[in-house]
Design a protein around this ligand. Sequence first.
Ligand SMILES: C[S@@+](CC[C@H](N)C(=O)[O-])C[C@H]1O[C@@H](n2cnc3c(N)ncnc32)[C@H](O)[C@@H]1O
Length: 570
Amino acid sequence: MPSLPQLLSGRTLHFAKLSATSSSESNSSKQVKFPKKINRNSATSVRRADSGSPLRKTQKLNLEVSPHRAVSAVRLMRIELGGAFADLLNEQGKGSGDNEMGYVERTLGFRTRDLDDRDLRLVTEVVGGTIRWRRYLDHLILSLCHNERTFRSMEPLLVQILRIGFYEITKLDMPPYAVVDESVRLAKVALRPGAGNLVNGILRKLVVLKESDSLPAVKVEGDDRQQARGLATLYSHPVWMVRRWTKYFGQDEAIKLLTWNNSCPSFSLRANTRKGLTGADLVSRLKMLKVPHEPSLYLDDFVRLKTGMQNVIQAGLLKEGFCAVQDESAGLVVSIVDPQPGENIIDCCAAPGGKTLFMASRLNGQGTLLAVDINEGRLRILRETAKLHQVMDVISTIHADLRTFSTDKVVEWDKVLLDAPCSGLGVLSKRADLRWNRRQEDMEQLKHLQDELLDSASRLVKPGGVLIYSTCSIDPEENEERIEAFLLRHPEFDIDSVNNYVPENFVTKRGFYMSNPVKHELDGAFAARLDRGLFSTHNQIGHSKPHICIPVFGFESSKVMITWYNNNRS
Ligand SMILES: C[S@@+](CC[C@H](N)C(=O)[O-])C[C@H]1O[C@@H](n2cnc3c(N)ncnc32)[C@H](O)[C@@H]1O
């Protein structure tokens, strides 16, 4: 891997080498140049006269560059180049990757004035929007460049400055000439005068076209593939996703979903009743904080926010564990598990613990909850949050691969939740970058893993117990198809319709739970509740047979039960 000075010296590099994530549609093969102008040495550090220790503050404070623009551009570079870029910065900056302005200084060689609350909100909006709309913005930028080569050979920072400007002008309707001026200034100071001229020329063309309502059009016409390409550009998604959703949901529904994914996400808070805060208390606190909110239509202790999360964070409600950020679609999965005090529950893919914590609060100090996860770091977060939420009394954790953990376990759990690793295609409105990181090839691997984990989780369900499978995906191949295939391999399980646990409008014809972003205005999620027959046993090759403990029931009773079981199984 190249060192930071090599990167910053302007050598031409392949994105693929830098990017921790690669996308079939990403710029992975694009040749990029790092700016020659960026020079770490320009961020001069000075020594304190009294102690001799270096002061971290740079002497290069630039008050002309707008802080939100500098921070957004640097954050976008970090996101797009993935962990590799951040790691290089950390390595060079000796672990001092602690705040946004620190990144700006190390990347651009100067600081700007600190961000105020308004800047912070704007950074969040601009970064999220620019990532979401990347494909569409690049289409516009490319249309306004002299030729494709000009666009393809731009430095990464220059591309981000342009994308931000295009986003602010076309999607946020910000005053166009202020956007042009600020963008030009950033390009000049952080790159070179020529970059400023280029930004000036392209953005001014955009302003003229916008004002005459003649932005370059995106055509949605031709055969299925061409239409999918057009929609992918117009709604800024990878083509494979558009094709997949058109195939499963039809074009109209697919377009609604694409639109939803580009909308500003709302967030829900769950009051932590274990810390004595009820849903009503949470509502009062939000009123005091002047945060606009609506109580959840579906869950008692949940409240929905469209804006104002910054106020909630600043008031310490999350840090002190009085509430958690949790989408109602995830809360409803816990309603389907329906934890009852005294039960033994295992959460097979538990970290970072959103559902574990909610289930633990429902157990109300009685019962056990074992949280298993393959990722130790995420499991540590789960433990820390559980302590904060005062629910650690029922929780224990195991760092393990479920597939090995399940092989030699005595079956003892009343309820087994498998919240499987999945594509996350139901949460694209909240996870702005996910659409560009997910690849079509991932779907096959995920399906295979989901099958293996379902088989493993099913071994842990006691006879008469329940297995709940859930995802935050809307993709039928990760949801219904996985369950139908599982039921063929495991006839000892039957579908228990979720209609006793969630409102009717979330229940599918087969009795599964499906939250649809367009219909319910929540994240997309899926769950199936599967009962393991009381008289069934599981064998390793996936076939099962009725199993009666003859010493307990006696031979004749057992025969009656087997007959009853066989008659009722279908
Ligand atoms: C969808 S996330 C779980 C989210 C969690 N249930 C919550 O509500 O916060 C899936 C989790 O599965 C874990 N995982 C993936 N493969 C696993 C395996 N083979 N065994 C155990 N955990 C696994 C990942 O580390 C990840 O934390």
